[in-house]
Design a protein around this ligand. Structure first.
Ligand SMILES: O=C(O)CCC(=O)C(=O)O
Ligand SMILES: [Fe+2]
Ligand SMILES: [Zn+2]
Length: 371
């Protein structure tokens, strides 16, 4: 079809398949100096500026390289290999019962980008990395988290210190057990990755972290109770948090968020900051039952994985996927845990940059926030 007078569609071959494509869609992949680069998100012309009657005067494909002369005089050189639908960001954790979360050394990650890439691969695969051999310095969590992306500063500061105290402002400042939850679902954008650094641990078995793979649990709910899954992916609930005179957070969001293809992309689940459900509204009983069914799966022992974080260890996990709780600990042993947060997009960005640096397949798409 080369050198036809005017081509209203453009024939493209890709992996043995052939399609007649709309010229405007092909043109939008042009990354010449005039068009800018659509793949880096730095375009100079917008998609809608492409003439609606655009056609090709000539189109020649050699291998994956497509050379086009357009009816408006523009010329493009396009690599059609990029037209393949990219796989989505890998999230493929093993089931909790068989799972040993990966463990890595602090110094390796802190001194080698290659090790940092391995840690980021683990975070994409299982959502968790357990880090040993961290210094017990006050700011070690911050220093470490900054390897993954800029720290999020919030009303709780840059570093959140969990110690028991009289008149505790938060459950974190008690020695009570906590049900597995995600942190701060009352924000429009909950924290992405959490970094828990143990400064002083409680004795073995006390104050241990309990992790639950929220994506695995959501998939179990989809199979065992499709009605509950449907409700939690469609009906928003309200999460809120108020500290008088300081902050009043409130959001209406879904507990299980799915992308347009129906894949689970984020979990918000924290019954401590769930607002009361409205008894007057239709569907509230079904919503309550759906939340209860989800929580029952979260509480299933086979879905829970305990990690005792010893002093000088760091737990990194995806707060949109991995629920965390803790067992109780006694007052006799002071326990001190430091926590800081890095946004999910920043961590995924670092992952892509390092994958490109080491010529590994680059995770192309984000799973988005749990909105
Ligand atoms: O103390 C811990 O291990 C975690 C506390 C916590 O997750 C919280 O308060 O949200
Ligand atoms: Fe928490
Ligand atoms: Zn161009």
């Amino acid at each position: 079809m080369n050198n036809d007078p005017i081509q209203e569609t453009i024939d493209v071959q890709l992996r043995g398949d052939s399609q007649a494509l709309d010229p405007r869609l092909v043109r939008s992949w042009c990354s010449c100096d005039l068009c800018g680069d659509s793949r880096t998100g730095l375009r100079w012309t917008s998609l809608t500026e492409i003439p609606s009657d655009l056609a090709a005067v000539s189109a020649r494909q050699v291998g994956s390289r497509l050379s086009i002369e357009w009816s408006d005089g523009h010329r493009s050189e396009i690599d059609v290999g990029a037209f393949d639908a990219p796989p989505s960001y890998a999230v493929k954790g093993p089931s909790a019962s068989t799972m040993e979360y990966p463990s890595m050394g602090f110094d390796d990650i802190a001194t080698s980008d290659r090790a940092l890439l391995t840690a980021l691969d683990h975070l994409a695969d299982s959502g968790v990395v357990h880090v040993t051999g961290a210094p017990k310095d006050h700011d070690a969590a911050i220093m470490f988290a900054e390897l993954f992306g800029p720290i999020r500063v919030s009303n709780y500061g840059k570093l959140h210190v969990f110690i028991t105290m009289p008149d505790p402002p938060l459950a974190a400042h008690t020695n009570a057990p906590q049900h597995p939850h995600t942190d701060e679902p009352f924000r429009y954008y909950p924290p992405g990755f959490l970094f828990f650094h143990s400064m002083h641990s409680a004795p073995e078995g006390e104050g241990s972290s309990i992790l639950v793979d929220g994506f695995a649990v959501a998939e179990q709910l989809r199979v065992t109770n499709p009605e509950a899954f449907d409700i939690l992916t469609k009906s928003p609930v309200e999460f809120h948090r108020q500290h008088d005179g300081d902050v009043r957070f409130s959001t209406r969001s879904r507990i299980i968020s799915t992308d347009a293809a129906g894949e689970v992309q984020g979990i918000r689940h924290n019954l401590r900051c769930l607002a009361p459900l409205h008894p007057w509204r239709d569907g509230t009983v079904a919503l309550l039952n759906a939340i209860t069914a989800f929580e029952a799966l979260v509480e299933e022992p086979e879905n829970q994985h305990a990690i005792h974080l010893h002093s000088g260890e760091i737990l990194v996990f995806d707060n949109h996927r991995i629920l965390h709780g803790r067992t109780a600990f006694s007052d006799e042993h002071p326990r001190q845990l430091h926590s800081c947060n890095v946004d999910r997009d920043a961590v995924h960005s670092r992952h892509r940059v390092l994958a490109a640096k080491y010529q590994k397949p680059v995770p192309p798409l984000g799973t988005g926030p749990s909105i």
